[in-house]
Design a protein around this ligand. Structure first.
Ligand SMILES: C[S@@+](CC[C@H](N)C(=O)[O-])C[C@H]1O[C@@H](n2cnc3c(N)ncnc32)[C@H](O)[C@@H]1O
Length: 293
């Protein structure tokens, strides 16, 4: 299948505002310029839905940059869910916990063995583990970062002041964000049954096909999605969506059979390998809209 390269390049993540407290594996900060063009091309969405939220950068950006009135974030992973519950409902308490924590290898190991007593503790544990494990991977078997950034060890990605600043910004927009710990597929099935011309869907499911380095099995505890069903559900609805996937023959054939449109964005991985990602929409969005970016 011939897929054209998007006129909008993948940005270096340092070039867009980092709004999530999580450093999420498979995080889509690099996609933000595409998200802005896509959301501005629609009648202003009342609601942006992110059924596989992870680090939530798209929901946070949509609300903070006023590209949608509200956002609904959905995530099945209970640890990630606890972080969002805590950040959205108990931001000041979570910030206080961050500022009083003395991070050492021992304090992180102690925290990882403790059963959290409430949602703030649970969310805090998620945040610490996310920022001290290699690649931010929370799934079982993930190891701690060894040398860390510039040899600074386990705390090389622990920036308390930056995290507290991001949490304050989230608390400000929290009244416009709803979070639900549930199955994104089920949520989509019930949402797509009704006509919605004021809802936009950002769909970034875990993908275990394609064999890529970022294959979802290693990265996420929940990774079993029926991709063919997901494509059919979107095709049968009238919802406006933007999906992202690693490029693979399976996904190309689903795009073709449903008559969707896709552009390719070439991503540089941390190891400078070039990884092609697909940005999939119902209507051609980037070939024409690219010049608006
Ligand atoms: C590719 S990641 C999303 C990354 C996100 N777009 C970001 O920028 O951080 C996919 C996410 O879907 C979650 N997930 C997997 N199966 C799910 C399901 N059935 N319902 C909701 N979330 C699910 C995973 O835990 C993971 O956080």
């Amino acid at each position: 299948m011939v897929i054209t390269v998007s006129p909008i390049p993948a940005v270096n993540v340092a070039a867009v505002p980092q709004r999530s407290p999580l450093r999420y594996p498979g995080g889509k900060t690099w996609l933000i310029p595409h998200i802005r063009v896509w959301l501005r091309s629609l009648k202003r969405p009342r609601l942006l839905v992110e059924p596989f939220a992870g680090g939530g950068i798209v929901s946070l950006t949509a609300v903070m940059e006023n590209l949608a009135d509200e956002a609904l974030m959905v995530e099945l992973d209970k640890d990630v869910a606890a972080l969002w519950e805590a950040a959205l409902n108990y931001g000041p308490e979570l910030a206080a916990r961050i500022s009083s924590f003395a991070l050492t290898r021992e304090s992180v190991i102690e925290l990882s063995c403790k059963r959290p007593v409430n949602v703030v503790e649970h969310g805090f544990r998620t945040l610490v583990l996310n920022r001290t494990r290699r690649g931010g991977v929370l799934a079982q078997g993930a190891s701690f970062t060894r040398k860390g950034e510039n040899g600074a060890g386990i705390g090389s990605r622990w920036y308390p002041n930056t995290l507290i600043r991001r949490l304050r910004a989230i608390t400000e927009v929290a009244p416009r964000i709803t979070f639900r710990e549930t199955d994104g597929m089920q949520l989509l099935a019930s949402l797509l049954g009704k006509p919605h011309d004021d809802v936009a869907l950002f769909v970034d499911p875990p993908y275990t096909g394609g064999g890529g380095k970022r294959a979802g099995k290693r990265l996420y505890a929940h990774n079993d999605i029926d991709h063919a069903r997901l494509f059919s559900m979107l095709a049968e609805s009238n919802a406006n969506f933007l999906m992202t996937y690693d490029r693979s023959l399976e996904i190309e054939s689903l795009i073709e059979s449903h008559g969707f449109h896709a552009v390719q964005v070439v991503m540089k991985s941390g190891h400078h390998a070039l990884l092609p990602e697909l940005v999939i929409t119902r209507y051609p969005t980037f070939s024409e809209a690219g010049s608006l970016a």
